[in-house]
Ligand binder design. Structure first.
Ligand code: AMP
Ligand code: MG
Length: 345
């Protein structure tokens, strides 16, 4: 299959291309689409065959459900049952945006889309191209991250091409993803809302609107064999570059020194900008300033992917503290490391 590249220049006025992509999706095709979090591998969420192709193209286990993308909270009642009032409050505050809600699914949502569950994950993305495409398609778009399963997520159209060239009908280039990590997932089907995956919407912001949120165990530690996290995707090794990763936690000056004391010329280093010149013999990917977690989120996947173009044998990564977006950045790094984390003394 030849993958067609759609380039939609700002300010996104190109109706014709949007309509062409929407038509492709309606017909059951797979198209890589930009969102503010990461690139999604989009398909018509109501078409089980199209959804099956998503799993095939990504090599994704079929029990790992997909997020469906809608253009506004008005669509919730069509696809979800017993929608709690908290869902509308969160949507009012944070949609369009990097927040996914788990709700009870109505039968119209195919079980292939929900990985066999009776709940469904729903999000309204804050990207003008994604919104225009979904509106034009007139159906919810199932869109997992557009990477091959297990690889770092895609934050540029080039990353999508690296993983999906020849496997999907098209890729829409909407520029770099502004947020850079996936959405925060919150489960609203329990009496107390539960954070299933940290992401682009900080936990603290959610708690300001709906009060205390339980943090699922899979957010901070690796699920043990036989354990089944509520977000099945959290069970899998993820985001991994080819070389093994060690995350170095702790105060930045100490983690920088720890890495310095161990790095060899074969080591790749992911570090805060402030420490980049400590590693003159290493290949360094800067994560952003240690005080700018939004920049770190924006950079983290590109930094992880970049080492696959090099010969490094191991990668050390500095890790931000868990407040704000630090919870998501740290989670992605730790998952990339298979939870191999050391504490710098
Ligand atoms: P991705 O599309 O790669 O961002 O992955 C979507 C994430 O959402 C995965 O971790 C899924 O396990 C999770 N997810 C999707 N639907 C559900 C659901 N109904 N219940 C729990 N987690 C879900
Ligand atoms: Mg993913």
């Amino acid at each position: 299959m030849k993958t067609k590249l759609f380039s939609i220049p700002q300010p996104w006025g190109h109706e014709q291309e949007i309509l062409e992509v929407a038509e492709l999706l309606r017909e059951g095709a797979l198209v890589g689409i930009p969102t503010e979090t990461v690139y999604g591998l989009g398909a018509n969420a109501l078409n089980p065959d199209a959804v099956r192709h998503i799993y095939e193209a990504k090599g994704r286990p079929s029990n790992n459900p997909l997020i469906i993308h809608v253009p506004s909270a008005d669509w919730l009642s069509t696809y979800c049952a017993d929608v709690p009032e908290t869902a509308y409050r969160l949507a009012e505050q944070f949609w369009p945006g990097p927040l996914t809600m788990i709700l009870k699914a109505k039968p119209i949502v195919p079980r292939r889309t929900t990985g066999g569950l009776d709940t469904v994950a729903v999000r309204c993305p804050a990207h003008p191209v994604a919104l225009a495409i979904i509106r034009a398609a007139g159906v919810p778009i199932a869109a997992p991250s557009a990477n091959t399963s297990g690889r770092p997520s895609c934050t540029t159209a080039r990353h999508v091409l690296e993983d999906m060239d020849g496997k999907i009908e098209g890729i829409v280039d909407g520029g770099d993803c502004s947020v850079g990590v996936e959405s925060t997932i919150i489960d609203l089907t329990e009496p107390v809302p539960r954070l299933l995956r940290p992401g682009g919407m900080p936990l603290e912001a959610l708690e300001q609107v709906i009060g205390p949120v339980t943090i699922d165990k899979a957010v901070t530690s690796e699920p043990k064999p036989g354990e089944h996290p509520k977000a099945p995707g959290m069970a899998y090794r993820h985001y991994a570059p080819h070389a093994p990763v060690t995350v170095v936690a702790g105060e930045p000056e100490r983690s920088a020194a720890y890495i310095q004391s161990r790095a060899t010329p074969d080591t790749g280093v992911i570090c805060f900008d402030e420490f980049a010149d400590r590693y003159p013999e290493q290949i360094v990917e800067k994560l952003g300033s240690m005080t700018d977690k939004a920049a770190q989120a924006h950079r983290v996947f590109d930094a992880l992917r970049a080492f696959d173009q090099t010969e490094v044998k191991e990668i050390y990564a500095q890790c931000p503290d868990p407040s704000g977006l630090g919870l998501a950045v740290g989670n992605r790094l730790k998952k990339a490391a298979g939870f191999h984390v050391v504490e710098a003394e």
